[in-house]
Structure formats: structure tokens, C-alpha cells
Ligand binder design. Structure first.
Ligand SMILES: C[S@@+](CC[C@H](N)C(=O)[O-])C[C@H]1O[C@@H](n2cnc3c(N)ncnc32)[C@H](O)[C@@H]1O
Length: 224
């Protein structure tokens, strides 16, 4: 169910519940009626947000960076669960950075910083990030030509934060695509987290039908 805010945006609600229904979190994500990538919630984001929600006790007071956040559902859930969150999207896509800010405003999170971070670029903004515990990336592996740039940024950040982890969800769009060789090249390793271990093996999640029939994988990437 979507509620109109003005002719250009819709607010989409997502409701996360724990298994026995005793705790609930509702966040509202404003989507832009525009076909560009960073303007609306992707199926992978719901799955990653569900992982954040189910592991929320370990995330309290942790510093979390979201890469390629777009409308930022996983980062917003992390912030609502008590993490110190920094949202980012490409420094070259100001409209996407505006979406990150809008999601913070709508969810009463005015102090969450939003920074421009372009994958593969070692910029002053990347260098001046604080120590990080978790990096989130939902559907950031969607254009094969960008896969290495994403991993260059992740590898840079995990070298500076050796105990850090990159939590990412990946939508299988082609069986030819793989990040295995690139993980090896950038000294990274990856563990697959089965969706049923965090109750995400469903076509409906958080009150949303977005996961649908898509094949989505959840992975945790660490230093090799
Ligand atoms: C498929 S969308 C996923 C958006 C959001 N994470 C989600 O799952 O709903 C990919 C996101 O990556 C961002 N992006 C694309 N190229 C980028 C780059 N070179 N550096 C940083 N972000 C980029 C886009 O602006 C967009 O927000």
C-alpha cells in the first residue's frame, strides 16, 4: 500500500517484526517516480534490511556505512536500531544523494550524514570516514563493469578496518556474472548467508511484495 505525498513521490512503508511479533519497526521510504536506479527500493534492499533487523542487537552503537544507498532502506533500519549510520551514493549523482537525505528526514533521522562516495575512487571523503564496523551494499553488483570498482572501495575500507565486514545482497540476473575472481584479486573472502537463517526466504517481506520470485543472495565479505 503506497501513500501519495505529492505528484513526484510515494512513501512506501516497510514493517519489520521479530519472529514472535513482540517487536515491530515501521520505516517509510519516499520513492521518486523516475526510472533511474537510485530512486526506489530494490528487492535486494528489503532482504538486506531484514538481515539488519534480525541482527540488530549486535549493531547497536556500531558505525555503519551504506554504499550506493539510493533511497537507503537498510541504512535507515540500521539507524533506527541504534547504529551510527553514514549514507552514501555516487558523488556524481546529486539526485541520489538527495534521496538519501529525504529518507532520513521522513524517518526523523536528521543527523545521519550523507556523503558522496563514488566506487573505485579514493577521494578525500572516503579517506576521512571514521572507523567502521559494517559496510552495507544492497544491489550494488548490478552492472558488471562496476563490480571491480565496488570491490576496490570495499577492499580499501576493510584494510583500514580489519575487523569490519561488508554485508551485501546480490540479485542473480545472469548466471555468467561472478565476483569470485575479483574477490581473490582484492584479497577478500565471502560467506553466503542462507536466507532462511534470517526468515528472508519469502516472496513477501516487511509487508512488501518486492522480493517476489527474484533469486537474491546475502553475503558477508571480509578480508582474505
Ligand atoms: C540498483 S541501485 C540500488 C539502490 C539501493 N541500494 C537499493 O537496493 O534499493 C544502485 C545504486 O548504486 C548507485 N551507484 C551507481 N553507480 C555508482 C558509483 N559508481 N558509485 C557509487 N554509487 C553508485 C546508484 O545511484 C544507486 O543508488
Amino acid at each position: 500500500m503506497s501513500k501519495s505525498v505529492n505528484p513526484c513521490f510515494v512513501r512506501k512503508p516497510f514493517t519489520f517484526k521479530n519472529h514472535d511479533g513482540t517487536q515491530t519497526l515501521i520505516v517509510s521510504i519516499p520513492e521518486v517516480l523516475d526510472p533511474q536506479y537510485g530512486m526506489y527500493v530494490w528487492p535486494c534492499a528489503v532482504v538486506l534490511a531484514q538481515y539488519v533487523w534480525t541482527t540488530r542487537e549486535n549493531l547497536q552503537k556500531k558505525t555503519v556505512l551504506e554504499l550506493g544507498a539510493g533511497v537507503s532502506l537498510p541504512g535507515i533500519v540500521a539507524a533506527k536500531c541504534g547504529s551510527q549510520v553514514i549514507l552514501s551514493d555516487s558523488a556524481e549523482l546529486p539526485l541520489c544523494l538527495r534521496n538519501c537525505k529525504r529518507s532520513c528526514e521522513v524517518n526523523n533521522l536528521p543527523s545521519v550524514p550523507v556523503v558522496g562516495l563514488t566506487w573505485g575512487e579514493v577521494s578525500p571523503e572516503l579517506i576521512s570516514l571514521p572507523a567502521l564496523d559494517v559496510i552495507l551494499g544492497s544491489d550494488v553488483f548490478y552492472e558488471p563493469q562496476d563490480f571491480e570498482d565496488v570491490l576496490v572501495t570495499v577492499s580499501f575500507l576493510l584494510k583500514r578496518n580489519p575487523n569490519g565486514q561488508f554485508w551485501t545482497t546480490y540479485q542473480e540476473r545472469s548466471t555468467d556474472w561472478s565476483i569470485e575472481a575479483l574477490l581473490h584479486k582484492w584479497d577478500l573472502q565471502c560467506t553466503n548467508i542462507p536466507l532462511d537463517t534470517f526468515h528472508a526466504n519469502k516472496s513477501h517481506l516487511a509487508g512488501s511484495t518486492l522480493p517476489g520470485n527474484h533469486t537474491i543472495q546475502m553475503m558477508i565479505v571480509t578480508r582474505g
